[in-house]
Design a protein around this ligand. Structure first.
Ligand code: HEC
Length: 127
């Protein structure tokens, strides 16, 4: 809503690691995790990750966003990544990736923190 896509990658890393939320033992009023590591490799130093989704290691670097964050190509990648996190099925109707924000699993602010994990030059994903 405010045109800013990147939050705090450190908060994003915690979220990506957390699979908590939406089970009968989770309190309804606590924030849910993003559960990203269950399907994706992200920080190359993390040895525990699932492989249902593609590796996202070096995500911002390999897609050129780190080299030139303001180029039209980077803008397209930033918007695509935002859309993918918001509603994975909008890009691939048969995706097994959760529709994280669309379904209210995570908030818009949490999506920004995950964006930073993928696209911030300081994030371990891009080291
Ligand atoms: C249940 C498994 C699963 C979970 C959990 C999951 N993903 Fe995915 N993700 C996938 C799969 C499978 C794909 C590739 C197929 C597709 O496009 O949906 C994908 C694709 C992506 C892509 C696009 C990659 C590219 O190169 O185009 C991004 C970005 C992404 N996921 C980020 C995330 C983030 C961030 C989280 C945590 C909020 C997450 N994913 C959680 C399974 C998952």
């Amino acid at each position: 809503a405010d045109g800013k896509y990147l939050g705090d990658w450190k908060a994003g890393e915690k979220l990506a690691q957390s699979g908590r939320g939406l089970t009968w033992t989770d309190k309804a009023d606590t924030a849910n995790g993003g559960n990203c590591y269950n399907c994706h490799q992200m920080d190359p130093k993390e040895i525990s990750f699932g492989t249902i989704g593609p590796s996202l290691t070096g995500y911002g670097k390999t897609r050129g966003v780190i080299a030139d964050p303001t180029s039209p190509a980077s803008k397209a990648i930033i918007e695509y990544t935002w859309g993918k996190i918001w509603n994975a099925k909008a890009y691939n109707a048969c995706s097994v990736m959760p529709r994280a924000v669309h379904k209210g699993i995570i908030t818009e602010a949490q999506a920004k923190d995950l964006m930073a994990l993928l696209l911030d030059p300081k994030s371990p994903v891009n080291k």
